[in-house]
Write a protein that binds this ligand. Structure first.
Ligand code: ADP
Ligand code: ZN
Ligand code: ZN
Length: 834
């Protein structure tokens, strides 16, 4: 062995592992789809390597090839290559490296986040019978069962053996059998990605003439069912000529799968060779042609903005498009995409949430037809693999719309990146690691491709707007709505006062109810916003004040009325609703607070004739549920839409004239330095859903603190003053964009252990970073899934070396964990937390 390859493996480790490249070219290639290729090992391609104590085969990515034998360990050889060509280009590998370094996360974590699971083959241990085995002693009953099972099946996995024995773990017996050489073990690689196949039918070769066919018809007079089937087949072929030419028709098209009787008749036709059957591989993705419409002509204001954007691109700087809601930003994006496509570039369009992709996808599909691909987690892993492969081969897709994970796709010629709603914090992945911010990563990706990057928002993040102030980005503004429609009129309602005067009806103030009534009379639509899902956040005992809490977390359980359950929104723990208080045993549990579900129920009571729908996490679990709810609303099948923050984001409905924000206080009181920024953004964005197309809309904001300065900024739509106030606060208190924040969270099942560990780590860090270290303290929620939490904050000057800080932090954590007492303390690091 003279050559070595450094390989990334999908485990949370920082290191690359060096493997030997076997000299003989006889290296086997995975026989997936039973095609064998010539092999060569290339950077960015997949290989199977033995990993860990068990030497299980896992899929690694070739990172580099060299001649340096590692000094401190014996290398193992690469077992197989999986690809003929790389599945990752240098830009993607660079991006992985950047993410790992910037976000202090193991490269293996980036790998796991980046690649669809279907591209990651893993081996499983398979057990085989030793044919020469002669038992010396009596075997136990379980051992005999296992041996019998394996000999019948030729090989078996541990999972299969567990099932047969009816035990959770048959390991003990398998181990004994291995020891006495009754069985042996080999690693078998399983493919997770499965091609989609279908059975197709065609006219048998002996019957491909009108003459032969008419003879068949005569014969089949005695079997009318088969005759009917054959006729249907010819009809589905389009014409007799097509059928005679051997056109393939999907078996499923001929009759429904459940119809067993017809199935058996069909099998008779196949037996007689009148019809023949074969299996073929089909695409999961739909590439059928779609009628497209030309892109809109831009207004003068939009054209000016477009030209300014292009000037910015010429300066090789990212451009921030700050355009009020409904100013026509999306139409500008569409024009830019078209221009990039004309130059043969690929385009990436990222959005913060899947909920948003539906509408945008529809708008873009109309323009770009089947050049448009969509990529997010509601797609099956198999579908994601096919999108990946399509891009890799540069086949169909030219524009990709997706949420954050789309930044990992194997682009090769990216010319334009659009980051829509750039202020949204759902661009940040919190758990699991890598804890990356897709906007910031997309900016880096843009650099690697020398691509144009456009960020768009009606309420830019403080960070991005600040970047335009210091000349890092170019600012382009659109100050009025398309067609000059006025921004909505905002009405602040003091609910503290209304409650005092006892004029609230459930959670609705009289002005809001009055406006809802008027809008309904005019057949206009309404959106009601409540930033909490569920029926009520919690139950409370009227007698003693007891609140049901999660067994595993320090949070109260959320009451879900429709399924009569109490659910923990942190760990998913759920129990049936209690009828009596667990503390005082009185049947006095009351629903407290209110979520979207409660609002839905209450509004239906007040307006029984009205059609009401709800958009939140609970109603949108399945792939198409967003589509369904949004399209019902769009088509006027629903009058009032109630939602969480999901309704606030970039949705475009023509006939919404009224937006009600039921309780703005919960936004402002959130314990976070971004609370005011988020409130301003949320309120402005939700308001922006009103009166988009035909006339000025109205917004009702209910609050107990109407004098709060934030409402004034929202009311005046005064971003400039809002920014000025916020940026001063940020500077004063050493927050981003002036300082970089790093959160360090420690977790352990034992409270005392985590307290002690966090003190030690704090001291270690303070000796390096001084008063840049804050803590340790208990985070807002101090126990999740039975783990106690402690937090430390590092506030680092933007000018300080990030690389240095990373090394110091890493060393300190390793020092803590090297103490046996703290070995099982989890320490997670979050750079730029949100
Ligand atoms: P934004 O993205 O800024 O919220 P949109 O692009 O969604 O705004 O535009 C708001 C509405 O105005 C949409 O219904 C859109 O179709 C329409 N619109 C915007 N610009 C044009 C244009 N140039 N021609 C025709 N319709 C437009
Ligand atoms: Zn009680
Ligand atoms: Zn919980």
């Amino acid at each position: 062995m003279t050559k070595y390859a450094d390989i990334v493996v999908p485990v949370p480790l920082w290191k690359l592992f060096t493997y030997g490249i076997p000299e003989e070219t006889g290296l086997k290639l995975c026989q997936a789809e039973s095609i064998a290729y010539e092999i060569n090992i290339q950077i960015g391609s997949r290989v199977l390597v033995p990993f860990g104590k068990s030497n299980k085969l896992t899929t690694g990515i070739v990172w580099s090839i060299h001649n340096n034998k590692p000094e401190d360990y014996e290398t193992k050889p690469i077992a197989q290559t999986l690809d003929n060509d790389p599945i990752l280009f240098p830009q993607q590998l660079d991006l992985w490296k950047w993410i790992s370094e910037y976000y202090f996360c193991p490269i293996g974590d980036v790998y796991r986040a980046a690649l669809p699971a279907g591209l990651r083959l893993e081996s499983e241990s398979c057990f085989y019978l030793n044919p020469d085995f002669e038992p010396e002693n009596q075997l136990s009953q379980n051992e005999t069962i296992i041996l019998d099972y394996i000999s019948n099946k030729t090989s078996a996995s541990i999972l299969e053996i567990n099932k047969i024995i009816g035990l959770k773990s048959a390991h003990r017996f398998v181990k004994q059998l291995l020891e006495i050489n009754a069985i042996f073990v080999e690693e078998k690689v399983t493919q997770k990605y499965k091609t989609k196949k279908e059975k197709v039918l065609y006219l048998g070769t002996d019957f491909r003439s009108e003459e032969a066919l008419s003879k068949v018809f005569d014969k089949l007079q005695k079997a009318p069912k088969q005759l009917e089937l054959l006729m249907t087949f010819i009809q589905k072929s389009g014409s007799l000529k097509d059928a005679l030419n051997g056109k393939r028709i999907s078996r499923n098209k001929l009759f429904s799968k459940k119809d067993n009787l017809v199935g058996s008749q069909l099998d008779l036709l196949i037996k007689k060779n009148i019809l023949q059957q074969e299996t073929r591989i089909i695409d999961r993705l739909d590439f059928s042609d779609i009628a497209t419409i030309p892109i809109s002509t831009l207004s003068d204001e939009q054209t000016n903005a477009l030209n300014e954007i292009k000037l910015g691109f010429e300066e090789k700087k990212p451009v921030l498009l700050h355009g009020v809601t409904s100013s026509g930003k999306t139409e500008i994006y569409i024009t830019l995409i078209e221009e990039a496509l004309n130059k043969n570039f690929q385009v990436l369009y990222i959005l913060p949430e899947i909920a948003l992709t539906t509408q945008i996808t529809r708008r873009l599909k109309l323009r770009f037809g089947n050049k448009l691909g969509v990529y997010h987690s509601k797609y099956s892993d198999n579908e994601r693999v096919e999108i990946w492969n399509d891009l890799l081969k540069n086949k169909n897709y030219r524009v990709i719309v997706g949420v954050r994970s789309a930044i990992f796709l194997p682009f090769s010629n990216l010319g334009l990146i659009i980051i829509d709603e750039e202020h949204e914090n759902s661009f940040k992945q919190y758990d699991p690691s890598p804890r990356y911010h897709a906007r910031d990563v997309a900016l880096v990706l843009g650099k690697y491709f020398n691509a144009n990057v456009l960020l768009g928002s009606a309420t830019p993040s403080i960070e991005s707007y600040y970047n335009t102030k210091i000349g890092k980005y170019i600012l382009v503004e659109l100050n009025s709505r398309y067609k000059g429609i006025c921004l909505p009129e905002i009405l602040l309602v003091d609910i503290k006062d209304a409650k005092k005067r006892k004029i609230m009806v459930s959670h609705f103030s009289p002005p809001l109810l009055e406006l809802i009534t008027k809008a309904l009379e005019k057949k206009e639509q309404i959106i009601l916003f409540q930033n909490r899902r569920g029926f009520a956040p919690y139950l409370e005992c009227k007698g003693c004040g007891w609140v049901p809490k999660c067994k595993h977390c320090d949070v109260s359980l959320t009451y879900h009325k429709n399924i009569n359950n109490l659910i923990c929104h942190y760990c998913g723990y759920s129990v049936d609703v209690y009828f009596v208080c667990k503390a005082c045993e009185m049947p006095a549990l009351n629903a407290m607070g209110f979520g979207t579900q409660k609002i839905e129920e209450e509004i239906q009571k007040i307006f029984p004739e009205t059609k009401v729908a709800r958009l939140d996490l609970d109603t949108t679990r399945s792939k198409n549920s967003y589509d369904k709810i949004l399209s019902d609303f769009e088509h006027g099948k629903v009058d009032i839409l109630i939602g969480t923050q999901m309704v606030s984001k970039g949705l475009d409905f023509d006939r919404v004239s009224l937006v009600g924000i039921l309780n703005a206080d919960s936004l402002l009181n959130y314990p976070d330095f971004r609370a005011y920024e988020k409130s301003f953004q949320m309120l402005t964005q939700v308001s922006g859903r009103a009166g988009r197309k035909y006339s000025q809309g109205k917004v009702v904001i209910q609050t107990s603190n109407p004098k709060h300065q934030i409402f004034n900024y929202v009311y005046e739509n005064n971003y400039t003053n809002f920014f000025k106030e916020q940026i001063e606060e940020r500077q004063k208190h050493k927050y981003p964009p002036f300082h970089r924040l790093v959160f360090i969270v420690l977790k352990h099942k034992n409270f005392n252990t985590v307290i002690e560990a966090s003190k030690i780590l704090t001291n270690l860090l303070r000796s390096i970073f001084g008063n840049r270290i804050i803590g340790p303290f208990e985070p807002h929620i101090n126990r999740i899934s039975d783990y106690y939490l402690q937090q430390i904050i590092l506030k680092l000057e933007k000018t300080a070396s990030h690389q240095n800080a990373k090394i110091q932090l890493h060393n300190s954590i390793n020092r803590l964990l090297s103490d046996e007492k703290f070995r099982y303390v989890f320490v997670s690091v979050d750079v730029d937390p949100y």
